[in-house]
Design a binder for this molecule. Structure first.
Ligand code: DSN
Length: 415
């Protein structure tokens, strides 16, 4: 229906969207940061709200005609606060990186020392990567993980005592263990630092109590809304009331102009969905599915960083097989599985090649996959790893047929 409307105006774009829909329907999505939103979320994002300017906060805008978007944004704020038990929520950040940027703007000044997890150890670009604003304008001290793929809290404490950061960031883009937010709080208190917990990846697990909450330990909690949380692409900042006015000012006018009220409506719908019992069941299944995939891969003789997972993701360590993440992610694509190459701790390869592949369960869980399906996915991946370098077209076709069979078992966006 929507495609027909687009096609009337723009055939080229309509065709490409149609192809993308087909790609999503016919491949197994294991990118740990992706998901499939409900049609209601997509409809809200594609609504007339895209026409509205609304700089400012609900009921305190710089433009008139905001009576409806005020209520929508307020709903999103209230639902975020309820879901995460937060004192304050700003739902305007366009992305997780911009949410983090706003916290930097409020909490530190250029040149101040900030501690965050190293990108190649599982952190995020905006936690201090030298190629990101965070690394360019701040004095970054990075911590990493030990050989078991776990944060070494003693090392984090030693670094904090030595460098006295003003802000400590915890939370990651590729970390499969439970994060001990209290330990981070204790370290932050010892050195007088503020604490930012970036829960972009584990948001759904935190919202449903499967992963411990960063509240009351963190001063600021940022998240994206499109990963495990299954909403539209965007960000949210939550914080203690004492920081609310400063954070709001950092988002607007500090970082952004007009908020994307259509996306905020999508966030409101997704947050309502996330407050449901169905969502709790989904979040529980996300972890069961990730564990089932990790077990399947390990029983096929493959290595997983940290020997398993406590959340929704894991990293396949291909060093034993002498294969690269780049090659394996590419052969997985050929057999109908989408994932991304990723560094493993102390990776001898560059970030463009890598020795690992990150795998996640949120999107396939939304689709309906259960443990037995994840077992089969693990077997397909193991076969693909063996095949890599052989260019055996027949075997690749066989594996593609097996992945397609799983996709057909769980139709996506069909009705
Ligand atoms: N790019 C995201 C991810 O894949 O984890 C982080 O922003």
């Amino acid at each position: 229906m929507e495609l027909d409307i687009i096609r009337e105006t723009d055939k080229e774009v309509a065709e490409l969207i149609e192809k993308e829909l087909k790609r999503q329907q016919t491949t197994i999505e294991l990118i740990a940061s992706e998901n499939f939103t409900s049609k209601a979320v997509m409809a809200a994002c594609g609504s007339v709200l895209t026409n509205k300017y609304a700089e400012g906060k609900p009921y305190k805008r710089f433009y008139n005609g905001c009576e409806n978007v005020d209520k929508i944004e307020e709903l999103a704020q209230e639902r975020a606060k309820k879901l995460f038990n937060a004192e304050h929520a700003n739902v305007q950040p366009h992305s997780g990186a911009q949410a983090n940027m706003a916290v930097f703007m409020y909490a530190v000044k250029p040149g101040d020392t900030v501690m965050g997890m190293d990108l190649s150890n599982g952190g995020h670009l905006s936690h201090g990567s030298p190629v990101n604003f965070s690394g360019l304008y701040f004095n970054i001290v990075s911590y990493g993980v030990n050989a078991q793929g776990e944060i070494d809290y003693n090392n984090v404490r030693e670094l904090a005592l030595k460098h006295k950061p003003k802000l400590i960031i915890c939370g990651a883009s590729n970390y499969s263990k439970i994060i001990d937010f209290k330990k981070f709080r204790d370290i932050a208190d010892e050195v007088g630092a503020l604490l930012l917990a970036d829960i972009a990846h584990i948001a759904a697990l935190v919202a449903t109590g499967i992963h411990p909450s960063p509240f009351p330990y963190a001063d600021f909690v940022t998240t994206t809304t499109h990963k495990t949380l299954r909403g539209p692409r965007g960000g949210i900042i939550m914080c203690k009331q004492e920081h609310a006015a400063g954070i709001d000012k950092a988002v607007f006018p500090g970082m952004q102009g007009g908020p994307l009220e259509h996306i905020i409506a999508g966030k409101a719908v997704a947050l309502k969905e996330a407050l449901s019992d169905d969502f709790k069941a989904y979040a529980k299944q996300v972890v069961l599915n990730a564990k089932a995939l990790a077990n399947s891969l390990m029983s096929e003789g493959l290595d997983i960083v940290g020997n398993g997972t406590d959340n929704h993701l894991m990293t396949l360590d291909l060093r034993k097989q002498k294969k690269t993440g780049k090659d394996i992610a590419n052969i997985l694509e050929l057999v109908g599985i989408t994932a991304n190459k990723n560094t493993v701790p102390n990776d001898p390869q560059s970030p463009f090649i890598t020795s690992g592949v990150r795998l996640g369960s949120p999107a396939v869980t939304t689709r309906g996959f259960k443990e037995e399906d994840m077992k089969e996915v693990g077997k397909i991946i193991a076969e693909a790893v063996k095949l890599s370098g052989t260019e055996d077209e027949t075997k690749i076709k066989e594996l593609r047929a097996r992945s397609l069979k799983l996709c057909e078992k769980y139709p996506l966006y069909k009705d």
